[in-house]
Design a protein around this ligand. Structure first.
Ligand SMILES: *Cc1c(COP(=O)(O)O)cnc(C)c1O
Length: 389
């Protein structure tokens, strides 16, 4: 074993149930972009297929992978789509985030007519992230055009919030007010057609009840990782999330060395006492941030041990002098629980100067993933026949 990720699909489903209860009657869209935040797109999508109202992906390929797995859940593609991929998106019955006032919406309508299907869309309105979306002044008229276009099936309208982790800020309320104003002229048609409005990602879903609207798009919370410590401190105390992922490797070598011995590139660490150095078979190429060099801690036999020396491309070092009976082959836990100790994704990320989001999103796709809690989803097999109806 070089490294493996252990993923508890049961924990993911319990997180959806817990946050889902908090946000009800708003519905739950699980965000599964970035390989389900490193947890594995298809496995997570399958586990949640019947539990959530929608799965949000970033790329067309992710939508196609979910359909190829036979899953019927509504999908929204959040990111940009190239014109040449529109046919695949329409055929996959994946909703497209639409913010075009020009050629793209005409291309989409043309492709929809050519396939004989209406293109599902969620209109995207930019209320203050300055990323993707219609500008508020043009949004009301664009919405009416989308609603009038019989090649399009408008399923939703949404915006994204910039400062939902900041409780002190009025920015979230200002964004929601802009979203309200942009969608107000179409309100009756929205109601008549069951068109949903959504704005909140995980943090806003937890902290701002008035941001929940009809649906929330929860990514990080789905995986039991808090968006930030501030969010965790401010969230309802009844909301319990379980981390679903453990990242483990092993000591491939344990070496006894004398005091004054240099370890690793640049002689960045020199032992100050007779020491036991453990060598890990993973480095930054395997997703271990180089910024953890000399600052990170990991678990060996339930004990926190420091990462010493510079993290190499494929290897790293820990000081295991204080771990009784430490031996070659011992498991090393980078994220997860070992005995009474646990290291969360946010904790490891903070030691590397980043956030849990980045750490899990960059876990390489080729690290073997081992799943627990899959059996509970056997029912899905019989539900897959409704796909592509
Ligand atoms: C990634 C993303 C989300 C999910 O954000 P979390 O903070 O992980 O819940 C929601 N909406 C959009 C548009 C996103 O890009």
């Amino acid at each position: 074993m070089i490294a493996r990720l252990e993923i508890d699909l049961g924990a993911i489903r319990r997180n959806v149930a817990a946050l889902g209860a908090t946000i009800a009657p708003a519905r739950y869209a699980a965000v599964v972009k970035a390989d389900a935040y490193g947890h594995g797109l298809v496995e997570v999508a399958r586990a949640l297929a019947l539990d959530v109202a929608m799965l949000c992906v970033y790329r067309i390929e992710e939508a196609v992978a979910i359909r190829d797995a036979g899953l019927p859940t509504p999908i929204l593609i959040l990111g940009p789509i190239e014109t040449r991929d529109l046919t695949a998106a329409v055929r996959a019955r994946a909703a497209i985030a639409l913010w075009s006032t020009g050629a793209f919406s005409r291309d989409l309508a043309r492709v929809a007519r050519a396939t004989g299907l209406r293109a599902n869309v969620h209109a995207k309105i930019d209320t203050g992230v300055t990323r993707l979306g219609l500008d508020p002044p043009v949004a009301p008229a664009a919405l009416v055009r989308y609603l009038d276009d019989d090649a399009l099936e408008v399923r939703g309208a949404f915006t994204h919030l910039a400062a939902a982790e900041e409780l002190e800020s009025s920015y979230t309320s200002e964004q929601l007010a802009r979203f309200d104003a942009a969608t107000a002229p179409s309100r009756e048609r929205f109601a008549a057609r069951g068109i949903v409005r959504h704005a909140a990602a995980s943090a806003a879903a937890m902290l701002y009840p008035h941001a929940r609207l009809d649906l929330v798009r929860a990514g990080i919370a789905t995986y039991g990782i808090w968006p930030s410590q501030a969010t965790r401190d401010a969230a309802p105390t009844t909301l319990a999330l379980e981390p679903a992922l453990a990242w483990r490797t092993q000591l491939v070598v344990v070496r006894d060395v004398e005091a004054g011995r240099s370890v690793g590139y640049g002689c960045a660490f020199v032992t100050s006492r007779p020491s036991r150095i453990g060598v890990l078979p993973i480095g930054y190429a395997e997703g271990l941030p180089r910024a953890l060099s000399g600052t990170g801690t990991v678990l060996v036999r339930g004990i926190r041990v420091p990462v010493v020396g510079r993290i190499c491309m494929n290897m790293a070092f820990v000081d295991v002098t204080d771990v009784p009976q430490v031996a070659t082959g011992d498991t090393v836990t980078l994220i997860g629980r070992d005995g009474t100790e646990a290291i969360g994704a946010n904790e490891l990320a903070a030691q590397a100067g980043t956030i849990g989001y980045e750490l899990v999103a960059r876990l390489p796709a080729d690290v073997p993933r081992v799943y627990a809690g899959r059996d509970a989803n056997a029912a899905i097999a019989s539900a897959t026949s409704i796909v592509r109806s």
